[in-house]
Design a protein around this ligand. Structure first.
Ligand code: 9MR
Length: 336
């Protein structure tokens, strides 16, 4: 399966060119933002399903595999989950009830329609061990297990995923292997690990991505590349995960292609995509899908991360939705 994350303009149909392209080129969709907790349940008990309904309707109409992103995450989750009316932290029991209610209402609504869920997103910290999110500090480390159990109860047939970035790094890879084993030991259903795949022209090394594909699939779960993009821009020094602020002078150096991508870099990008897809095809018995994080270069989040306001070229389609060299490269590999 080849998938893509779509933003609200695509879901609404206001970006009809992208909508059209998505229906022709992809057979799986994920909402880039619209199905995150802050949009689904901005206030306790107030569910907003309009956008998710539209996405599901579009996906079903086009026979696409629909993925729900995401149920439990530290980001884009409203504070009310964790606080009482006075703003004090709630107890474990209350937070578990809120988690259950969010998951059962949401997953229950799309039972049989949303075929796979990013149940827990980015629970492992870059420094090692579990990230100390509010979910973790209030509920305890079994919050992950609980989230998977609630999702399973709401739709036993849905695929249930753990999704994270930098999974090519040895420490995170090992932490996620331990996390999955732990869930499996407890009898929790987990179908696949999502390796997000926010890459650049140099990192990560293909061998490191391969090690992770092998390590996860050895656990008996499937692997998915869930948020693929390849930044064509210089990476700020000592940055690879957090947002950085830079001086104006520095920003010019870090934003060299405002007038268009030189052919040489276009070729390098296509080669990088070629290397990645050769790896994915080599392991097609383990990898169930590859999903791009955005339809085209114009709407990619990479234009604003890790430095705001740059002109990046991370996807297969350019700012006018025309296929780039990387598109033809990927296409020829997946068609083979
Ligand atoms: O692409 C999304 C961007 O529009 C949002 O501003 C951002 C907010 O955190 O989330 C982006 O998507 C993220 C995804 O949901 C989870 N993995 C990392 C993605 C890039 O930040």
């Amino acid at each position: 399966m080849l998938g893509v994350a779509i933003n609200s303009d695509v879901i609404n149909g206001t970006d009809s060119s992208s909508l059209n392209l998505v229906s022709k080129q992809f057979n799986q969709i994920t909402a880039e933002n619209a199905m995150k907790p802050m949009f689904i349940q901005p206030k306790e008990g107030e569910f907003h399903f309009e956008m998710a309904d539209k996405l599901v309707e579009f996906g079903e109409k086009n026979s696409m595999f629909i993925v729900g992103h995401t149920l439990i995450w530290h980001s884009q989750t409203p504070d009310w989950f964790f606080e009482d009316e006075e703003g004090n932290e709630v107890t474990r029991d209350i937070l578990l009830k809120r988690m259950e209610s969010h998951i059962s209402t949401y997953v229950g609504r799309y039972k049989g329609k949303v075929k796979g869920w990013d149940v827990v997103n980015e629970a492992v910290s870059d420094e090692g061990g579990l990230r100390k999110t509010k979910w973790y500090t209030i509920i305890g480390e079994d919050y992950i297990q609980k989230a998977f159990e609630f999702a399973y109860e709401a739709d036993p047939d849905a695929e249930l995923y753990y999704n994270d970035y930098s999974l090519d790094k040895a420490q995170k890879r090992n932490d996620v292997v331990a996390l999955i084993k732990n869930l499996q030991d407890k009898g929790v259903k987990i179908s696949a690990v999502g390796m997000q795949g926010h890459y650049d022209l140099e990192e990560p090394a293909i061998e490191e991505v391969e090690k992770s594909i092998l390590a996860f699939s050895e656990l008996g779960v499937k692997v998915m590349i869930t948020e693929l993009d390849v930044s064509a821009l210089p990476v700020p020094e000592n940055f690879r995960s957090a947002e950085v602020s830079v001086s104006i002078e520095m920003k010019e150096k870090l934003n060299p292609y405002t007038q268009g991508l030189p052919d040489s870099v276009q070729n390098t990008l296509a080669e990088r995509y070629e290397d990645l897809f050769r790896l994915f095809v080599k392991h097609s018995d383990k990898i169930t899908r590859v999903t791009f994080w955005g339809v085209n270069d114009k709407v990619s989040w990479k234009n604003n991360f890790p430095v705001r306001g740059r002109t990046d070229y991370p996807l297969l389609f350019d700012r006018e939705n025309n296929p780039k060299k990387a598109f033809y490269e990927v296409n020829s590999i997946v068609q083979d």
